[in-house]
Design a protein around this ligand. Structure first.
Ligand SMILES: Nc1ncnc2c1ncn2[C@@H]1O[C@H](COP(=O)(O)OP(=O)(O)OP(=O)(O)O)[C@@H](O)[C@H]1O
Length: 482
């Protein structure tokens, strides 16, 4: 198509020019751009619909990455990492469907499957409009699916590093209603977040979900940082308030990572080297923390902020996610097996349905779309340049012409080769109490309200209809526990 080249790895490159007087990049013409739906630290997100006959009208979210102030594009390493992200396929991880590079300015556009809701909006709607907590079934189903997707990412050596409610999407009506999709995974590394506290445009990056080891300057960290974030999100789903809401403004006495730590200590108490032996080796422990180490907080722990019956296993799971020592923090695989998921209400696939028969369905607002904003009008895009003399010889040629801005070692280089096929690491929803091993015997997850017998019949029917369809949900493999 025109000046765009679709490479053999699925990257579309183009000059940004087109064969008509529109200034839209050529590749964009495969979409109907509907408008802007959001803006994050690193980019703008647009809603578009595909024009191709096979998938006509399918909603796609296109994320345009902002140019950095020094005009750098995205480095070749970053592009390679992103290409590897296309291999990620899991029901609870948003699908990256296309990667587009605009040659004129080396800007990058990622096209994802579109999800109608995100946890930020769901929580906000409950707090401001419904005036009521989220029902226990919904909380549990959202959390279970989040852990399921995260377990898959961690099993493939991908650490998200920037989990927060706005990155946890939920599908609206359609083929997968109420299904959770983790977004923005693997991208934090490309822009070297979350170690930065300010984004390129000076916007403060939210650090409310950031693990204490990161706040204390750890250079080496593990997937445990994501589990801390999940703990914060779990508490927020239960209370509708951010758990550790550090200051967003910086002052000389109280840089925001210190304030964030202070908020954590206020609820969980101070960490100690007895409980967290490597604490004293973290860069900021001695220097920066002196003036808050002296403070003594009387704390009742999580009970002071999360009000549930005392014996609720939610406390146990939550406190294991918010363990100070990352080595002792619960893993996603372990969390999926926690008692909380075995007691009623059991988690299910459609998270956004009522807990009890007769309970009102919550109608979440759909995403507002700003139809007046398009790619060009919102960014530092340079006017499109004609292609240079050299044709793009396919594949990553465009990427290599870009800036050599260093980004860390490709995160995926090792892990992706070991990537599991879809669902290999996928746990089944816990079955009704009493089923063998407490785990569905394989196949589709049990739907809410379905008896074990009906579920078994559904499995058999599906197997007869489409044997391949069952492959995403193998029986749980105990040996794969982390
Ligand atoms: N695939 C998608 N489908 C629908 N909405 C999406 C999709 N991906 C992102 N969004 C929405 O677009 C908005 C901006 O997302 P983005 O990831 O750029 O920023 P953020 O998560 O708010 O902040 P940050 O960039 O700091 O992570 C959010 O409301 C997010 O829920």
């Amino acid at each position: 198509m025109g000046d765009g080249n679709t490479t053999n790895r699925g990257v579309t490159t183009g000059t940004g020019t087109s064969n008509n007087n529109s200034e839209k990049p050529e590749w964009l013409q495969q979409y109907n751009l509907i408008g802007k739906i959001g803006e994050g630290t690193y980019g703008l997100v647009f809603l578009a619909r595909t024009k191709s006959p096979a998938n006509r009208g399918k909603a796609i979210a296109i994320k345009k990455f902002k140019q950095s102030k020094d005009g750098d594009g995205v480095s070749p390493t970053a592009i390679r990492e992103i290409m590897l992200l296309r291999e990620i396929t899991h029901e609870n991880v948003v699908k990256l469907v296309n990667v587009h590079i605009n040659h004129a300015d080396m800007s990058l556009y990622l096209a994802f499957d579109y999800a109608e809701y995100d946890l930020y909006e769901i929580i906000r709607h409950h707090r401001d409009k419904v005036n009521h907590t989220i029902n226990p079934y919904t909380v549990k189903s959202l959390l279970w699916q989040l852990l399921n997707g995260l377990n898959y990412l961690h099993s493939n050596w991908i650490i998200h590093r920037d989990l927060k409610p706005s990155n946890i999407l939920v599908m609206g009506d359609g083929e997968e209603p109420g299904v959770v999709k983790i977004a923005d995974f693997g991208l934090a590394r490309i822009y070297q977040a979350p170690l930065k506290f300010l984004s390129e445009n000076g916007v403060v990056v939210t650090i409310w979900y950031r693990a204490p080891e990161l706040l204390l300057g750890a250079k080496h960290y593990t997937s445990a940082v994501d589990m801390w974030a999940v703990g914060c999100i779990f508490a927020e789903l239960l209370t509708l308030k951010p758990l550790f809401q550090g200051a967003e403004a910086k002052s000389s006495q109280n840089p925001f990572q210190l304030d964030q730590l202070d908020k954590i200590f206020k609820i969980l108490g101070h960490p100690t080297t007895e409980k967290w032996p490597t604490l004293a080796t973290l860069p900021h422990w001695h220097s920066d923390l002196q003036h808050i180490q002296g403070r003594k907080y009387e704390t009742n722990g999580l009970h002071s902020v999360v009000h549930l019956p005392l014996k609720n296993p939610a406390y146990d799971l939550l406190s294991k996610m918010l363990e100070y020592d990352p080595k002792k923090r619960i893993t996603a695989a372990q969390a999926l097996e926690h008692e909380y998921f075995r007691i009623e209400p059991q988690p299910g696939r459609n998270a956004l349905v009522p807990s009890q028969p007769g309970e009102k369905v919550v109608n979440y607002p759909t995403r507002p779309v700003d139809a007046n904003t398009d790619f060009e009008g919102t960014t530092s895009l340079q006017p499109p340049q004609p292609a240079s003399g050299n044709p793009v010889p396919g594949n990553m040629a465009g990427a290599h012409a870009m800036s050599n801005r260093n980004v860390p070692r490709p995160m995926a280089a090792v892990g992706m080769q070991r990537m599991q096929p879809q669902g290999m690491m996928g746990y089944n929803f816990p079955s009704q109490a009493g089923a063998a091993g407490g785990i569905n015997p394989g196949g589709m997850p049990m739907q809410r309200g379905m008896t074990a017998q009906a579920h078994q019949q559904q499995q058999q029917q599906l197997r007869r209809k489409d044997p391949g369809m069952m492959q995403g949900y193998p029986p749980q493999q105990k040996s794969r526990r982390l």
